[in-house]
Design a protein around this ligand. Structure first.
Ligand code: APR
Ligand code: ZN
Length: 230
């Protein structure tokens, strides 16, 4: 059975109104990574970190999936094979579009995690310092987001999927954060056909046998239509 593995990044959600990280005016030009996206930053100033994720959670709650998200959901439903999305995004737009086979390697905004016992539960709209864990009661609730210096989720499964992918596509990612930035090479080495779909060439564009440039809402549906017509 043919398998397509798709890595998505912030660029696929850009046309849903959610900012990217490294484009002009992106999130990392407004906030310091070390303050809001590291365990050390959270330990130093949990209020600032909760404020950052509360704002992103509120923004993501208002966002709707765009034509690129819907095209990938259609691919999963209609493709005669297996389709897996590995997303770096923490919004839930793939699931809102109907995709079911999605791995959130960087966590999810609507998730909360206890830094003490590891318990996970659905995050409320607003979290705050000392947020109590419903399981152990410790006031160590944090966003269930993978921060810099932490190991992304599902890596063993992801590497297995890359090893037996026939097609690997990277959509809307700048290819600057590892291990995701190496997935193109990992898949290519395992014999997959590799495709980059992005607004402009990523830092790892040379890892891809095929490239398609343009806005995701235009090039992703076109790509999916071609795959389904084969
Ligand atoms: N259509 C397609 N691609 C787009 C669009 C669009 N409309 N708009 C922007 N892009 C592309 C940009 O050209 C860029 O290559 O999306 C990419 C966004 O890159 P980043 O902002 O670096 O986002 P991403 O690659 O997802 O970042 C990876 O870094 O900070 C961490 O954990 C965070 O998951 C994130 C990771
Ligand atoms: Zn706990």
């Amino acid at each position: 059975m043919e398998k397509i593995v798709i890595l998505t990044g912030a660029g696929i959600s850009a046309e849903s109104g959610l900012g990217t990280f490294r484009d002009e005016g992106g999130l990392w030009s407004q906030h310091r990574i070390e303050d809001v996206a590291t365990p050390e930053g959270f330990a130093r100033n949990p209020a600032l970190v909760h404020e950052f994720y509360n704002a992103r959670r509120a923004q993501a709650a208002k966002a709707t999936p765009n034509a690129a998200h819907h095209a990938l959901a259609r691919l999963e439903q209609e493709f005669d094979g297996q389709v897996l999305i590995v997303t770096q995004n923490v919004d839930g737009l793939h699931e809102s579009a109907g995709s079911r086979n999605v791995l959130h390697m960087h966590g999810i905004l609507n998730g909360a995690l206890c830094a003490d016992c590891g318990h996970r539960w659905p995050a409320p709209a607003q979290m705050y310092p000392g947020f109590p864990c419903p399981s152990c009661g410790a006031g160590m609730g944090r966003p269930d987001i993978v921060w810099f210096g932490e190991m992304p989720y599902y890596m063993d499964q992801i590497w297995d999927h890359l090893r037996d992918a026939n097609i690997f596509a990277a959509i809307g990612t700048s290819g600057q954060v590892y291990p995701a930035a190496a997935f193109g090479q990992d898949a290519w080495r395992a014999g997959a056909h590799t495709v980059e779909l992005n607004l402009e060439p990523s830092a790892t564009v040379s890892d891809f046998a095929e490239t398609r440039f343009g806005p995701a809402t235009q090039i992703v549906p076109e790509w999916v239509d071609e795959l389904l017509r084969r």
